[in-house]
Design a protein around this ligand. Structure first.
Ligand code: FA5
Length: 335
């Protein structure tokens, strides 16, 4: 018995010497002092020993087990002191395989274009108050427009922002007029999912406030952004829309690039993808934001970045973008 226990300790010490990372030590620990280890077997056999043997070996076995556990802890501490960082060799760090997410790429491209046109980029919270998401945008409680954007309400009385438009009010409050901001970010809606509707998607808000702004300025900016993103003129149409925070309001659709406008499941056979909501800012919104509408006016728009990424990279189903499935994303030519 004494000899076997001595050998076990020696063997454990040898194995611990070969450990270079915490995972190795855990393996050794399980081999020597784990549930199915030899020392546990010997310990369990104590109960069947004669009273004499129990007296003779009981404390020796227990002390050996404690000694072995102590050796493992010591080796683990020594390794941790050597370096706080341990690398797992099984992870493939080959960076040539990585690429930015398509939405990240178009978000950066759109913000860069807007920055060149004099816009300041601002970021806002994803968890919003009802005031900034609705009231400040002229959408009072019980207004039917609240049903247009099915909202995730939180237990703390806040909500997940349904659009980036709260940044209009926050920016007016923070910077006043004149103003030219772009606010990209994640937005959330309790939607039924389909090929072009997600419940988590990205928008970028744009707002311009100055003197003598017209709808022509709005159309010019939309055209410029799309021309620079697609490097060519794309087919668009502007149709009347309804938003309580703009008057007049418009929806801008672009010709579906998945089917070339012929009609497909992505555009629900219409040949068009709804991309941007926009309009001339409503007088009530200036009031909430503290801007003097006697002097200033302007426009705002909310562009769907996730749908823009779909069109740019010919991704036929929006759900692919949130799936986290790299194999699916690798199919698209993203550089
Ligand atoms: C809005 O969200 C308004 N806040 C836009 C706006 C801003 C109007 C400023 C006037 C002034 P809308 O719900 O239409 O509007 O969404 C704008 C864009 O976001 C859509 O055109 C679309 O590109 C994108 N979008 C909307 N819902 C979804 C969804 N479920 N999945 C993916 N993209 C969506």
């Amino acid at each position: 018995m004494e000899e076997e226990l001595t050998k076990l300790v020696a063997s454990l010490e040898n194995d611990l010497k070969t450990c270079t990372k915490e995972a190795d030590i855990l393996n050794v620990k399980s081999k020597y002092v784990g549930k199915k280890s030899r020392i546990m077997e010997i310990l369990a056999s104590l109960k069947d020993m004669s009273v004499d043997d129990k007296r003779k070996y009981g404390s020796l076995i227990n002390n050996t087990k404690k000694e072995m556990e102590g050796l493992v802890t010591k080796a683990s501490d020594e390794l941790a002191n050597k370096s706080n960082i341990t690398f797992d060799d099984t992870i493939d760090f080959d960076i040539t395989k990585g690429s930015l997410h398509p939405v990240t790429i178009v978000a950066k491209e759109v913000t860069d274009i807007l920055k060149r046109m004099g816009f300041t980029v601002v970021m806002g919270p994803e968890m919003e108050s009802e005031y900034y998401n609705f009231e400040g945008l002229n959408i009072p409680k019980d207004h039917p427009a609240r049903d247009m954007q099915d909202t995730y309400y939180l237990d703390n009385g806040m909500l997940l922002r349904t659009h980036t438009s709260p940044m209009e009010i926050r920016s007016m409050e923070n910077y006043g007029a004149p103003l030219r901001i772009a606010a990209p970010g994640r937005t959330f809606r309790n939607e039924d999912l389909d090929a072009n509707h997600e419940n988590t998607f990205f928008q970028i808000e744009g707002m311009v406030i100055d003197k003598g702004i017209t709808i022509g300025n709005l159309i010019y900016i939309m055209q410029n952004v799309l021309r620079e993103i697609f490097k060519t003129d794309v087919k668009v149409r502007l149709r009347p829309g309804f938003f309580p925070f703009t008057e007049p309001s418009y929806e801008l659709d672009m010709g579906c690039l998945i089917c070339g406008g012929k009609g497909c499941p992505t555009c629900k056979n219409s040949g068009w993808i709804e991309l941007i909501g926009c309009g001339m800012t409503h007088p009530m919104v200036y009031k909430y934001g503290g801007v003097d509408h006697e002097i200033y006016n302007g426009f705002a728009f909310g562009l769907g970045l996730t749908r823009l990424a779909m069109m740019k990279y010919k991704i036929n189903d929006i759900r692919i973008l949130n799936s986290g499935d790299l194999r699916a994303l690798e199919e698209f030519d993203i550089h």
